[in-house]
Design a protein around this ligand. Structure first.
Ligand code: PEP
Length: 253
């Protein structure tokens, strides 16, 4: 189902006490929102998932994980399985983030396995796709995103695909302070929706949630979210401060 969503990706930040403090602040600030239409998801590091779930009891935000193992279970030291996440009532998990593709050498095939594992456990993947700067400069951004979708998502049957949230995150915009312009975001989101229509149907394309990610902040969120094909954002740096994150969530209506 197409939803308005603002999701925060904390990456590898915060201590236990800092996490507790910011989550309490987020709860207070979000409860003051006039428009409660948008769903808010917080994705802290694994070790704070239980804390976040405990603090989500007031219903102001949902909790997601940042990563999952591509394996089901067994001798994979340090890994966390989709089944484990499900057993903690986690409903969302990021997959295919560009930092995991770059620093942990995740391939489209590995990401496909993660997506499949999450869906087997009824967890919605927040699937990240997006081109590097050199690829945009070479006008390859559309084909790069198309390949990522084809290789890691488009094998899914329609009923499973409909549980996926897509996040378009141009790599050159992540953590750089240079966001895609609202026009660039809209153009790519419309293209992604067109690809979904070709692969599945117009109805499914219209029902898919497509988020924008990359240096989205309180100042530019409204302009980005005002586009017809932008359903919200995946927020990195600006999700670490409760005030900024709540302001971004309020920009989505
Ligand atoms: C991200 O890491 O998903 C992201 C969008 O980061 P930032 O908002 O910091 O660019």
């Amino acid at each position: 189902m197409r939803e308005k969503i603002v999701a925060g990706n904390w990456k590898m930040n915060k201590t236990f006490l800092e996490a507790e403090e910011v989550l309490s602040e987020i709860t207070d600030l979000l409860s003051e929102r006039e428009d409660q239409d948008a769903k808010v998801i917080v994705c802290p590091p694994f070790v704070f998932l239980e804390l976040a779930i405990d603090l989500s009891y007031e219903g102001q935000f949902d909790v997601g994980a940042q990563n999952v193992s591509e394996y089901e279970k067994g001798a994979y030291t340090g890994e966390v399985s989709a089944e484990m996440l499900r057993s903690m009532d986690i409903s969302y998990c990021i997959a295919g983030h560009s930092e995991r593709r770059k620093y942990f050498h995740e391939t489209d095939e590995m990401i496909k396995n993660k997506v499949d594992g999450l869906l087997r456990n009824n967890i919605s993947p927040i699937f990240c796709c997006g081109e590097a700067l050199s690829e945009r400069e070479a006008s390859k951004h559309f084909s790069v995103v198309k390949t990522q979708l084809k290789k890691s998502l488009f094998h899914l049957p329609a009923d499973e695909f409909q549980k996926v949230i897509i996040a378009y995150e141009p790599v050159w915009a992540i953590g750089t302070g240079v966001n895609a312009t609202p026009e660039q975001a809209q153009e790519m989101h419309a293209y992604i929706r067109e690809l979904i229509e070709q692969k599945y149907s117009k109805e499914i394309a219209g029902n898919t949630t497509i988020l924008y990610g990359g240096s989205c902040n309180a100042a530019n969120a409204h302009a980005l979210f005002s586009n017809p094909d932008v359903d919200g954002g995946l927020i990195g740096g600006a999700s670490l401060k409760a005030k900024d994150f709540a302001a971004i969530a309020s920009a989505l209506h």
